[in-house]
Design a protein around this ligand. Structure first.
Ligand code: ADQ
Length: 510
C-alpha cells in the first residue's frame, strides 16, 4: 500500500509553477502520438491548456483491450504534460466499461431504468478496476497535486485514493445528468456510489438540478446534511457540491464556421441541396438523444407545413455509431435506419429525400460549416448532461443571418440558452410547431435570440469553465473550518428551476 508519509513533497526543481501539478483522470486520454493526433475537441484543448500551464499528468484508459490481465502503464511526456494510460483486459472492459459504466450508470443517470442492467454482476468489476487505476495513479502522485477526476467511469477513484492515505484536493465533474433519488437509488451499490462521491472535496455537475438531485439523494438516504452555500456534510466529511456548466471554445468554433465555406463536405452538401433549406441534427447514436422522436417531429412539421413541403426542406441527421457492442445500441441503429426509410418512403419524391441519415464522424470544420448552413438546429435529447452540439450550433451561426436553435428542455444547455425555442422532445406536435416557428422566424427575432445566446457562450466558454472549477478546487479543502448549520431541505426540481433561471421557467411554458 502506498502511504502518504512516504510521498515526498516535490522539490522546487520538480515544479514548473509555484503551485502543485494538476492531475486529470478521465476514461479516454488524448495522448499525442508521434505521427500527429487528430485535432482534439474543446474539452481536451481546455484541459490540455490547463495541464500545460500548471504542469501536470493526464491519466486514464488507452481505449484499447489487451490479452494480459495486468497490462503495463504506457507513459509519454509532451512539453509540460505527462500522459499515462493503460489497456484493459477483456474481462475488465466487459465488467467495468460496458457492464457497469455503460449498462448501469449511463441509463440510470439518463432516467432510463427500463434499459439498465441493474444486477450486481458488473458492480464488483467496476470497483475492482477503479481500485487498480487508483493504485497505479497513487504511485505517480505528489502531495501537492490537485486531482480532477472526470465522469461516471471513475466515481470511486477518490475513495480509493483516500484509503491509500491521500489528502490532496480531489475534484470530480460529472458530464452526464444526475437523477433524483427515486431513480438513482436503483443503481447497484447505491450507498457505495454516494459514499464514493463524498470522498471528493468538490463535486461538480452540469446544472443546478443535477447538483440538487445529488444533495437530495444524500438527504433522502439519511446520510447527508445540506449546509450553507454549496457545502454538504456526509459520511463524516464536508465537501462542496455545485454546478459548472461545461462549454465550448466559442471564438475558435465561430472562426472555424466562418472559414468553412471552402470545406469540401460543406461545398458538396450545398450543391446537393440546390438552394433548398436545411435543418440539422448531430448526435452520437444514443437512446438519450431522442433521434426517433426528432425525426417524427420533423415529419409532422413537413406534413403540416405547406411551405416546408413546397420548398423541399431537408433534414440532415449526422449520427456516428457508438457502443455497438451494447445490444440496445445495435437495436437502436436498426430501428432509426428503418424509421428514416419509412418517413422518406411516405413523404419523399423522386427528386426529394426529406431525411438524410448519415452514420459518419465529420471533421470539426465540416460540422461547423454544416451548422452554419442550416436554418434550424434540432437539439432534442430526451435527457442530456449539457449537449455541446447546441452550443456549437449557436457559435457557428452568421451574425447577419443566424439560424434558430430548437432545444430540449431536458438538455443541460437549456439552462443557459434561454433564447432558443425550448421544447418538450416527447411532445411531437409541440416540437413540430417549434420547427415551424423557427423556420418562419423573421430576421430581427432570429438576430435578437442569437445575440442573447452568443453573449452567454462568449462569457462562459470552455476555458472559463475549466478555470472556475480549478479555482474552486484549489481554494478549499475538507480541513477548512466552516460553521455547522442546521439542515436545509434540498430544493425541489421546480424550485431549483425558478430560483436559478426564472426567465427560462417562463419560456418553457410556451
Ligand atoms: P456526448 O453525449 O458525446 O457528451 P455532446 O455534448 O453533444 O454529447 O458532445 C458531442 C460532441 O461530439 C460534440 O462536440 C459534437 O460536435 C461531436 N460530434 C457529434 N457528432 C459528430 C459527428 N458526426 N462527427 C464529429 N463529431 C461529432 C457527454 C454528455 C453531454 C455533455 C458532454 C460534455 O453526454 O451531455 O455535454 O459529455 O460534458
Amino acid at each position: 500500500m502506498v502511504q502518504f508519509e512516504i510521498l515526498k513533497k516535490s522539490s522546487d526543481a520538480d515544479r514548473t509553477q509555484s503551485k502543485g501539478r494538476l492531475v486529470v483522470v478521465s476514461n479516454r486520454v488524448p495522448v499525442p502520438t508521434a505521427a500527429g493526433s487528430p485535432p482534439p475537441g474543446g474539452l481536451a484543448t481546455a484541459l490540455g491548456a490547463a495541464l500545460e500551464t500548471h504542469g501536470g499528468l493526464w491519466f486514464g484508459w488507452s481505449g484499447k483491450i489487451c490479452a494480459e490481465n495486468d497490462p503495463p502503464l504506457q507513459e509519454r511526456t509532451v512539453g509540460n504534460v505527462d500522459y499515462a494510460v493503460t489497456d484493459l483486459s477483456r474481462r475488465d472492459h466487459d465488467e467495468y466499461y460496458h457492464g457497469f459504466a455503460n449498462s448501469a450508470l449511463w441509463p440510470v443517470c439518463h432516467y432510463r431504468l427500463d434499459l439498465a442492467d441493474l444486477s450486481r454482476r458488473n458492480a464488483n468489476g467496476y470497483f475492482r478496476v477503479n481500485e487498480q487505476f487508483a493504485r497505479r495513479l497513487a504511485r505517480m502522485l505528489r502531495s501537492d497535486d490537485d486531482i480532477w477526476v472526470h465522469d461516471y467511469h471513475f466515481i470511486p477513484m477518490a475513495a480509493f485514493l483516500r484509503d491509500l492515505g491521500f489528502t490532496n484536493p480531489l475534484g470530480f465533474f460529472l458530464h452526464i445528468p444526475f437523477p433524483p433519488s427515486d431513480i438513482a437509488a436503483a443503481i447497484p451499490n447505491y450507498d457505495r456510489i454516494l459514499r464514493s462521491l463524498a470522498a471528493y472535496d468538490l463535486v461538480g455537475f452540469q446544472t443546478p438540478i443535477d447538483a440538487e438531485n445529488f444533495k437530495g439523494c444524500l438527504v433522502r438516504a439519511g446520510v447527508g446534511t445540506i449546509l450553507d452555500g454549496d457545502w454538504v456534510q456526509a459520511y463524516g466529511r464536508k465537501f462542496r457540491v455545485a454546478a459548472f456548466p461545461i462549454s465550448i471554445e466559442t471564438k475558435a468554433f465561430a472562426q472555424e464556421a466562418r472559414l468553412a465555406e471552402k470545406n469540401i463536405i460543406v461545398k458538396r452538401t450545398r450543391q446537393s441541396l440546390e438552394g433548398h433549406p436545411l435543418v440539422i441534427g448531430v448526435d452520437r447514436l444514443d437512446y438519450s438523444k431522442g433521434i426517433k422522436q426528432r425525426i417524427d417531429s420533423f415529419a409532422t412539421f413537413v406534413e403540416k407545413s405547406h411551405a416546408a413541403a413546397k420548398s423541399r426542406v431537408t433534414m440532415l441527421q449526422i449520427t456516428p455509431k457508438s457502443r455497438s457492442e451494447v445490444s440496445e445500441y445495435a437495436q437502436m441503429q436498426r430501428q432509426v435506419a428503418e424509421h428514416v426509410g419509412h418517413v422518406n418512403g411516405k413523404l419523399g419524391d423522386v427528386d426529394w429525400t426529406p431525411v438524410r441519415y448519415i452514420n459518419k464522424a465529420m471533421s470539426r470544420a465540416a460540422l461547423a460549416g454544416l451548422y452554419r448552413m442550416a436554418r434550424v438546429g434540432l437539439v432534442t435529447p430526451l435527457r442530456d448532461g449539457m449537449n455541446l452540439v447546441a452550443k456549437e450550433y449557436v457559435a457557428a451561426q452568421s451574425p447577419e443571418d443566424p439560424g434558430v436553435l430548437v432545444l430540449s428542455r431536458f438538455a443541460g444547455a437549456a439552462f443557459e440558452l434561454e433564447s432558443a425555442l425550448i421544447v418538450n422532445p416527447y411532445d411531437i406536435e409541440e416540437t413540430a410547431a417549434a420547427i415551424s416557428q423557427a423556420y418562419e422566424m423573421p430576421l430581427r427575432e432570429r438576430r435578437d435570440r442569437w445575440e442573447a445566446m452568443m453573449s452567454v457562450l462568449e462569457t462562459n466558454d470552455v476555458d472559463a469553465w475549466c478555470r472556475r472549477f480549478l479555482l474552486d478546487l484549489s481554494g478549499e479543502s475538507a480541513d477548512i473550518k466552516i460553521p455547522d448549520k442546521p439542515e436545509v431541505a434540498a430544493m425541489s426540481e421546480d424550485e431549483a428551476w425558478r430560483s436559478t433561471k426564472p426567465a427560462l421557467w417562463t419560456t418553457i411554458g410556451r
